[in-house]
Design a protein around this ligand. Structure first.
Ligand SMILES: Cc1cc2nc3c(=O)[nH]c(=O)nc-3n(C[C@H](O)[C@H](O)[C@H](O)COP(=O)(O)OP(=O)(O)OC[C@H]3O[C@@H](n4cnc5c(N)ncnc54)[C@H](O)[C@@H]3O)c2cc1C
Length: 574
């Protein structure tokens, strides 16, 4: 019988969203709430630590910024797919989040006059990226974690790999997890769950994301019957370092960096004459790929042709104080000192705009007791394209909202949980009697390589019917083949053969939702650019995609309207 551990509140994930949610719930309950936080890696190694460039917020109304302007930039950036009530809620919360972090001790970079500094970022018409050099995420994580330790004696479950989310009668019942260190399989129950499990960047081969970012929470929610929203919208960041894909933050361009083709031309003048290099990411990424396809790029390794990110004119002082990590990475990984030479880059799979469907409060509408915060969720803040620095901001905003909401819910629902032991035991059997005993000659590592390959080449910056159909067919084939993999490591302790297998199942589920959603959406909007449907089609497609599980392996699609409160869609020009 599986041992079951109980808490008031479970938080799946310890990135910026998970930590902020834990803090909000703790503050709301005056430190009394009994919280369990699970992370498949050491808590502070969550991908959030690698956020570089900044966090968006309106801090200077007296210098011309406003909530309305931040909201407009976000809605326009989203190609009008963002829900506008969500966007307004977001911009209103953010200034106090920045000040709260300041109070909690974060070392924000400052201006000469001592006030919090802000720098320009793509698609923002005012410099509103608050930052701590180019290590913003690291300092945010550290500050949130330190503060949480002071006010709540929460229980950490580091290196616990969550395998499923259990619901009963459309209500949260629990999680199942493997303690990687001992191999023990455990059940967890609580009155409420906040999913803060991050994005799914590792669907792709060329990506900025850590190896751990495999869409687990999204796939597990889907399996539990919770719909996934707008997953076809994947952001390609314009500047991934060749050949590793490590992010060269947009702050490089925010601080004044240029993009140049092989003729030395600042080609963005052709595509976005007023915002140039600081146009939104979808537009800059398409411009770079167009330059490369039309023969104005440099030849790169493994087909990774590239253009240049040129910082040489910024000078040593600016580069060493504002972009120290970028310089270090460029020097260590490709032997390029950005003070002297341009950096080789190309668009790279970066951010999932889509995620688990939630309402404006981060709550899953059809399921009680489940909230989602951060990149795993989709309350429709980013629509079809996210603006840089709006993501760490979203983690903070919805971390706060969901933490407070969950704490309120727990206080009100003081009844015991209806726990079904059988469900936990069955999940243990599925893994240790099913998966671990599975026979066959397929290799999970080969399946993963083939998936990355198909996503990189057929579900990339530019898409079309033929490639997407081939991608869907290939993903279905891989979903079949993975059933014939034998997990070779039969041990219990740190069985990474097993967790890699489960992660590959998760990425396959997310890839299926993404590719099939992209095939259906016959228009171009934000991060989803179809060669065969090059225009945005508001008449047919101004709507959100919802993907539901269909039978054992299928996906069923429904569509819901976009909330438009203030701005009707217009053509996007920069
Ligand atoms: C290199 C890089 C730079 C970026 N820079 C910026 C920036 O400057 N500004 C900005 O706004 N955004 C930036 N982003 C995006 C932003 O950092 C992320 O969207 C955000 O940090 C995601 O945070 P999160 O809390 O949702 O998830 P994460 O930080 O990814 O955390 C996910 C958590 O879930 C846990 N988890 C997942 N699956 C399981 C499982 N099966 N079992 C147990 N635990 C699990 C993980 O262990 C982890 O703790 C950047 C992203 C990258 C990759």
């Amino acid at each position: 019988m599986v041992r079951i551990i109980h808490h008031d509140l479970l938080i799946l994930g310890s990135g910026i969203a998970g930590l902020r949610a834990a803090l909000a719930a703790s503050i709301a309950s005056k430190g009394k709430l009994d919280i369990g936080m699970l992370s498949k890696i050491q808590l502070m190694r969550s991908h959030s630590v690698s956020a570089e460039g900044g966090t968006a917020a309106v801090l200077r109304p007296e210098e011309g910024d406003s909530h309305e302007l931040h909201a407009w930039d976000t809605v326009k950036g989203s190609d009008f797919l963002a829900d506008q009530d969500v966007v307004f809620k977001f911009v209103e919360i953010m200034p106090s989040e920045i000040r709260t972090l300041d109070k909690w001790g974060i070392p924000w970079s400052r201006r000469e006059d001592g006030r919090i500094a802000q720098r320009p970022f793509g698609g923002h018409s005012f410099p509103r990226a608050v930052f701590a050099a180019d290590k913003t995420g690291f300092y945010e994580m550290q500050t949130l974690y330190d503060t949480l330790l002071k006010i709540n004696d929460f229980t950490r479950y580091d290196e616990f790999f969550v395998t499923s989310i259990k619901v009963k009668n459309k209500k949260f019942m629990g999680l199942t997890a493997i303690d990687m260190r001992t191999g023990e399989f455990l059940g967890f129950t609580a009155k409420a769950l906040i999913i803060a499990s991050g994005g799914a960047g590792r669907l792709f081969g060329f990506t900025t994301y850590a190896y751990t970012v495999t869409g687990d929470g999204v796939a597990m929610a889907f399996k539990a019957g919770i719909p996934i929203k707008d997953m076809e919208f994947l952001q390609f960041h314009p500047t991934g370092l060749i050949p590793s894909g490590i992010l060269m933050t947009e702050a490089c361009r925010g601080e004044g960096g240029y993009l140049r083709n092989k003729d030395g031309e600042r080609f963005m003048s052709k595509y976005a004459p007023s915002m140039m290099e600081l146009a939104p990411r979808d537009i800059v990424s398409r411009s770079i790929i167009t330059e490369i396809l039309e023969g104005r790029g440099f030849k790169g390794p493994r087909g990774l042709d590239y253009v240049h990110l040129d910082l040489t004119h910024l000078g040593a002082e600016k580069i060493t104080t504002r972009l120290p990590q970028i310089r270090e990475i460029a020097m260590k990984f490709v032997g390029v000192d950005p003070i002297e030479e341009p950096i080789p880059i190309r668009p790279v799979a970066h951010y999932s705009m889509g995620g688990i469907h939630t309402n404006i409060r981060g709550e899953t509408p059809d399921f009680e007791g489940i909230w989602v915060a951060g990149e795993a969720g989709c309350s429709s803040l980013h629509g079809a394209n996210r603006l840089g620095t709006n993501s760490t901001a979203e983690c903070l905003a919805w971390g706060k909202i969901t933490g407070e909401e969950a704490a309120k819910y727990i206080e009100k629902n003081n009844t015991s949980i209806d726990v079904d032991q059988k469900v936990f035991d069955e999940e243990e059997s599925r893994i240790f009697k099913g998966l671990m005993q599975q026979k066959g000659t397929e290799s999970v590592y080969k399946i993963r390589e083939e998936l990355k390959n198909v996503m990189d080449h057929k579900v990339g910056v530019f898409r079309d019917k033929k490639n997407l159909e081939e991608a869907v067919a290939k993903i279905k084939e891989l979903k079949e083949r993975i059933k014939h993999v034998e997990i070779k490591d039969k041990g219990r302790i740190y069985n990474t053969d097993l967790t890699y297998y489960m992660e590959t199942n998760f990425v396959l589920t997310v890839a299926h939702i993404m590719a099939e959603g992209a095939l259906r959406r016959e228009e171009s909007r934000g991060g989803h650019a179809r060669r065969d449907f090059p225009k945005r089609d508001d008449e047919k497609w101004l709507k959100h995609t919802l993907a539901y599980p269909d039978g054992e392996d299928g996906v069923r699609f429904e569509y819901i309207p976009v909330t438009i409160t203030t701005w009707k869609p217009v053509e996007r020009k920069y």
